[in-house]
Write a protein that binds this ligand. Structure first.
Ligand code: WT7
Length: 652
């Protein structure tokens, strides 16, 4: 384990502050009987079956679990529909005219949708999908900003049994094309453009580039921006959302009864190779996971106004903006824009305006707010907040304390939720009425989830020692496979310890059984809570004509958690200068998206490699973090690398 991880461990080990829930929070909590942990542990299938019954099933399941490692099936024989559970079931009871979504656009436009109104929009969208030839099992790629049509599109797919594949709007045309091709989608839903800090994200232009040479036949285009977008129009292929919607019948679309194990969606995420993985989630298990954690970890009540600031383009948005909150019948806030647009108090203004009671966000944002200073939240009334949550990366105790004091007024419990695209919902997180929190720890596995920290041979390590985090039992919302590549699924997640799920994170458990996540142990970088494979960035870089070889690492970054540093050797005769640095950064943005832009590009005459030709990433990290060589932008002299390699020989 590298030195920075050890340093991190030392600081973590000295954390002994403990924050139990207040008596009043505990009393009102949905879960406040500690025996739930033991009950779920003794009979996880009974626990999950009990949770599953909170959903509406068209046909009840007859078997809870079929586990043929690494393949799990949950709720066999059961039939249900995710959109029906998220919307239609609420249209029939007292929630019919309850607000489902308060939506705020970046320019300040607003829209309020009750469950009934949301249901009508979903039906209208489902009619459009049918009209455009989408059938059960077809894949639909969705590339939209955070606008209500994104929710309509997702739920309309679910309603007719089509498989959605949402691609985050910050991804480039290339990244979008790769995902369309892998999913083999015939329909793409996009917008003319999206707003970002007053500027435009050219979604339609990217889409036009992306669909060339793909099976996409129709592109359904939401007019978000209007004339300003200046988007090209291909009359034979492009369909105007609003024009088509106006022509659709106003009748309900019956919810397709789906097998519990029918695929609900694909969501692509980075791994250790260049090609992103299409993570496959199925209808029953995923929805049970999303819904359960809403009620237990987020302690959701009918009276709550819930806000997750995540973009729906990521799993957090799928589970905790769409399926979790809506299946639980909550009122939620959905916000299109940036936290500092038009001003740095925007988030707090929104919390005051809507009386938000539960707020879920990312450590990188909290660190940004910290940098801006407490004067921004102090201008607003945040007293409605009763529960806070974080996700995406380990939260440093300073950021935790700041969140606790300045946003949670020293009262609101913080649920630090560890999970992944693959796990579908929160796996390690406190139940806020039961578990005392420690700043920086995601605490313990939620009921029904079995975790451990093990050594190289799969044996649990002593409390206090680091090791591989594993999940030792199947759970309903686990990924079922990687789309089109079951072998990669087996190898990646079950290859090291047969029958045991390997998330790819290092962790340690302390004397009290609390988990401390130490970060990725594979070649995946976590930038602002988003996963980026080093190989993806490396392949983008070597695709540039000037580049001979590239090695990419994540280095510690004050706000982003990790930032990308690229070490690049150039082709013979090419001169590395500032202009080329800028060009290479932009090249990565074009190939992948802005989230993968290297913070720095360092030219080097060669890359340090071991005798078996493995790149010495730890050495590169130490260089990037200034532990050797100090402030370096170029490592032109090969002898420098040789010298460093000698230094590292024993330790690598
Ligand atoms: C990776 C998963 C799941 C939502 C967002 C990211 C890291 C996530 C935490 C946390 C420490 C965390 C892990 C994990 N991570 N949440 N609370 N504490 N680390 O989803 O893109 O699939 O990334 O994010 O390294 O493996 P993702």
């Amino acid at each position: 384990m590298s030195s920075e991880v050890h340093h991190h461990l030392d600081t973590l080990l000295h954390e002994d502050r403990l924050f139990p829930p207040s008596a009043s929070f505990r009393q009102q909590a949905n879960v406040n009987d500690p025996s739930v942990y033991e009950r779920a542990d003794q009979d996880p299938e009974a626990y999950w079956a009990e949770q599953a019954r909170q959903l509406d099933w068209f046909e009840p399941f007859t078997q809870v679990l079929q586990w043929d490692p690494p393949h799990a099936q949950w709720f066999l024989g059961g039939k249900l529909n995710a959109a029906y559970n998220a919307v239609d079931r609420h249209r029939q009871g007292p929630r019919r005219h309850k607000v489902a979504i308060f939506w705020e656009g970046e320019p300040g436009d607003v829209r309020t949708l009750t469950y009934e109104q949301l249901g009508r929009e979903v039906d209208r969208t489902a009619h459009m999908l049918r009209h455009l030839g989408v059938r059960k099992g077809d894949r639909v790629t969705i590339y939209l900003p955070m606008i209500p049509e994104l929710v309509f599109s997702i739920l309309a797919c679910a309603k007719i049994g089509a498989i959605h594949s949402v691609v985050f709007g910050g991804f480039s045309a290339n990244a979008l094309r790769e995902r369309i091709l892998d999913a083999d989608s015939k329909l793409l839903i996009t917008a003319d453009a999206g707003w970002r800090r007053g500027g435009l994200i050219p979604l339609k232009a990217n889409a036009d580039e992306a669909v060339q040479g793909t099976p996409v036949e129709k592109v359904l285009v939401v007019r978000r921006v209007g004339d300003a977008a200046q988007a090209a129009w291909h009359a034979d292929r492009d369909v105007d959302w609003h024009e088509l919607a106006a022509k659709m019948p106003k009748t309900p679309v019956p919810a397709e009864p789906m097998d519990a194990e029918d695929v609900l969606f694909l969501l692509y995420t980075s791994g250790t190779t260049g090609k992103p993985k299409g993570i496959v989630h199925t209808t029953g298990g995923y929805l049970v996971g999303a819904n359960t954690s809403m009620r237990t970890v987020f302690d959701l009540k009918d009276s709550d106004v819930y806000w997750s600031s995540a973009d729906i383009g990521w799993i957090t948005g799928h589970t905790y903006v769409v399926y979790g909150p809506l299946s639980a019948g909550v009122t939620m806030l959905m916000y299109e824009g940036a936290p500092d647009w038009p001003h740095r108090g925007r988030f707090w203004e929104l919390i005051e305006k809507y009386g938000v009671t539960i707020f879920y966000t990312a450590p990188t944002l909290i660190r940004t707010f910290m940098k801006w200073g407490p004067q921004y939240p102090q201008q607003y009334d945040l007293s409605t907040l009763r529960l806070l949550g974080t996700v995406g990366e380990p939260i440093n105790p300073e950021a935790w304390m700041w969140f606790h004091e300045h946003i949670g007024h020293g009262q609101a419990p913080i649920v630090d939720t560890w999970w992944q695209t693959e796990t579908g919902c929160a796996m390690i997180a406190p139940l806020p009425g039961l578990v005392a929190t420690k700043p920086g720890s995601a605490t313990r596995p939620v009921p029904g989830i079995a975790a451990a920290v093990v050594d190289e041979d799969g044996h649990p390590v002593q409390p206090g020692s680091g090791g591989y985090l594993v999940l030792t039992r199947p759970w309903p919302s686990m990924l079922r496979t990687i789309w089109g590549d079951d072998e990669r699924f087996r190898k990646t997640y079950f290859g090291k310890f047969p029958g045991i799920y390997l998330p790819g994170d290092g962790a340690r458990v302390d004397e009290d059984g609390y988990y401390w996540i130490l970060g990725r142990i594979d070649d995946v970088i976590n930038v602002s809570g988003h996963r980026i494979g080093t190989m993806e960035v490396e392949s983008a870089l070597v695709g540039h004509p000037a580049v001979a070889e590239a090695a990419v690492i994540g280095r510690a970054h004050e706000v982003k958690g990790q930032a990308i540093t690229a070490f690049v050797t150039l082709k013979e005769g090419v001169q590395g200068d500032e202009a080329l640095v800028a060009e290479l950064k932009q090249h990565v943005v074009n190939e992948i998206g802005a989230l993968a832009r290297p913070e720095e590009v360092i030219f080097t005459a060669e890359l340090p490699k071991t005798r078996s030709a493995k790149i010495m990433r730890r050495l590169l990290r130490d260089i990037a973090e200034g532990r050797v060589l100090g402030d370096t932008t170029t490592l032109a002299d090969p002898s420098v690398i040789e010298e460093l390699k000698r230094l590292y020989k024993d330790s690598e």
